[in-house]
Design a binder for this molecule. Structure first.
Ligand SMILES: C[S@@+](CC[C@H](N)C(=O)[O-])C[C@H]1O[C@@H](n2cnc3c(N)ncnc32)[C@H](O)[C@@H]1O
Length: 343
């Protein structure tokens, strides 16, 4: 835990532009407190709903964190008796049908993307995911399938060879990085994030991909340049270390469900370190911007058109509504995913 405190100290001492915007500041203290008392082995069990704010959401049903225990139990029993095992959904659907359809959607998308099939990879069980299921002897969660679908979209338009260098900002849980490395084991990936998600993300990735594949923030925390980068590994860095990218040429910049939670000047600052150095950019964001009221959410929502303008030195290759493996992403009024390539 003292390492989390060291990361936090570096972050708080960093320039204002690297501090979270209003949307994220709301969660910061809650997440830090929860990490301090959490059992990391139960990270994905649904016991810590606040970790869902950055991706550790792997419950089939979402229970409100403040719901009394007897209500939770009653709901579980009702669901088990009347929903999970009975065909009461439209077209006689059951939970396993939804999972199988999502899996098959991944199979087809993997074929179209022409890379490793979902049937050849599986999720780690670290963190005790509540949504764990098996298909053809391999373990999955819906989230694992969702991140595979994102990579399929990216692959169709970027045609990765498997030896590229990818920079991800706002990696959250690290699920995307885990899927990328399972599909393309030789990728070099740099994960940047705020200190608290970074701390849990590197725990998860060390378990999911193996300690040997991760260069942890305990090692990178004092880096003043990227000369220590190891090819083929995942390197964990604090978001305030983003300027270290200044002289790095890399292939892809990746940001999913993260820029939308920042203010435009914060996004512009991050982009200023990548737009001169990468070949492709992948974004998945709320199309009309994230929620915003007088006192909560983002101060200034960023829309698809804003991103497109910020990336005017790139060509927009493809843009679609974002889909998960089992549904359209309709939260916050809908998400887009898009790939831009250098002109
Ligand atoms: C909703 S989560 C998305 C995580 C992951 N990319 C995904 O798709 O599940 C938002 C992520 O953006 C990060 N984030 C928010 N504000 C940030 C900022 N100002 N600088 C860097 N990262 C930020 C959060 O720490 C978190 O990891």
């Amino acid at each position: 835990m003292s390492h989390l405190r060291k990361l936090l100290e570096k972050y708080y001492n960093a320039p204002e532009i690297y501090q979270a915007g209003r949307y994220w500041k709301t969660y910061e203290q809650q997440i830090i407190q929860e990490i301090e008392s959490a059992d990391i082995n139960q990270l994905r069990s649904g016991d810590y709903p606040i970790f869902g704010t950055f991706g550790f959401t792997e419950s089939v049903y979402n229970y409100h964190p403040k719901m009394p225990i007897h209500q939770k139990v009653a709901r579980k029993i009702i669901r088990k008796l009347f929903v999970t095992n009975r065909a009461i959904l439209p077209y006689s659907l059951k939970l396993e049908d939804i999972r199988e359809m999502a899996y098959n959607y991944c199979v087809i998308n993997g074929e179209l993307a022409n890379f490793k099939s979902i049937s050849e990879i599986e999720t780690s069980t670290f963190g005790n995911p509540a949504d764990l299921f098996e298909i053809n002897g391999k373990k999955y969660t819906m989230q694992f399938l969702n991140f595979y679908i994102r990579l399929c979209f990216a692959q169709k338009h970027m045609k990765l060879q498997g030896n590229e260098t990818i920079v991800e900002l706002g990696s959250g849980s690290g699920f995307q990085t885990a899927v990328m490395k399972k599909v393309f084991p030789d990728l070099t990936i740099l994960c940047f994030d705020l200190p608290h998600p970074l701390f849990l993300c590197e725990h998860y990735l060390s378990e999911s991909l193996g300690e040997g594949n991760i260069v942890k923030s305990t090692k990178t925390i004092d880096w003043t340049n990227l000369s220590g980068l190891e090819k083929g590994k995942v390197t964990m860095l604090g978001n305030w270390q983003f300027p270290l990218l200044e002289n790095l040429k890399f292939d892809i910049f990746w940001n999913a469900a993260s820029f939308g939670e920042m203010e435009p000047h914060i996004v512009k600052n991050y982009l200023s370190f990548v737009t001169n150095s990468c070949k492709h950019i992948y974004l998945l964001q709320a199309r009309k911007g994230k929620e915003s009221t007088q006192s909560s959410g983002v101060v200034t929502p960023i829309t698809f058109d804003d991103y497109n303008k910020m990336l005017n030195m790139f060509s927009l290759i493809k843009e679609t509504d974002a889909h998960e493996a089992h549904r359209k992403m309709s939260q916050s009024g809908g998400y887009f995913q898009a790939v831009w390539s250098r002109k």
